[in-house]
Design a protein around this ligand. Sequence first.
Ligand code: GLP
Length: 254
Amino acid sequence: MKVLICASAAEVVARAAKTVVAKVRAKPDAVLGLATGATFEPVYEELVTAQRAGVISFAKATTFNLDEYVGLPTAHAQSYRSVMRRCLFDHVDIDPARAHLPDGMASDPDAEADRYDALIAAAGGIDLQLLGIGVNGHIGFNEPSSSLGSRTRTKDLAPPTIAANSRYFAPDENMPRQSITMGIATIMEAREVLLVATGAAKAAALRAAIEGPVSAFCPASALQFHPRATALCDEEAASGLALMDYYRGIDHGE
Ligand code: GLP
């Protein structure tokens, strides 16, 4: 895995946005895999700015988000569909019909998961998949012990994820406990993967993902098998890495 360590979270955001801009400029009909989460909100802000400035267009692009809560009405402010509309879709020239998320309100979530995998395949697969990482090492909502061969499916959320995401819901609100998430094998089929992590809270998970053994205990560690995976992080998130000097030495600013 290529590891790029930036001096600040702002630099991480700029570099992540630059990677997406370069991809869409090189391939206007690119298929992008998108992630939700606080890490990506400023990245999407930069993409909105870039599109408004005419640097890129999403008019021919297709997107697939990693995951969605099961049982949360799409119109709810915290559904990932709503979050993506607020952060990106409503502000750029993307065709809403090509901005995909799993339907968490589907009457048959398992069938919806299969449909989603098939839709990704029919679009020709994902060119660039953006990934955040959970404090427990999850990618998408693939919680620890997820099969490394998993496809898109329903998945129960783990307690650390419920604790981390409950901040988005009112205290008297029952936050969803289940998701539909791309599987790890689905994610591994993306032609290129960019894992982004900022802040000290991600340090242990990032270390396990990059330098730990490949294990379902840390789902992000599966990326060690990906031929084109990059981890982009700030100093705080990188603080647990053993080979920091080596990573710095091989970062040529590309
Ligand atoms: C969420 C999402 C992930 C996201 C992760 C980190 O639960 N399902 O796709 O990458 O947790 O989120 P954040 O960037 O807010 O730390």
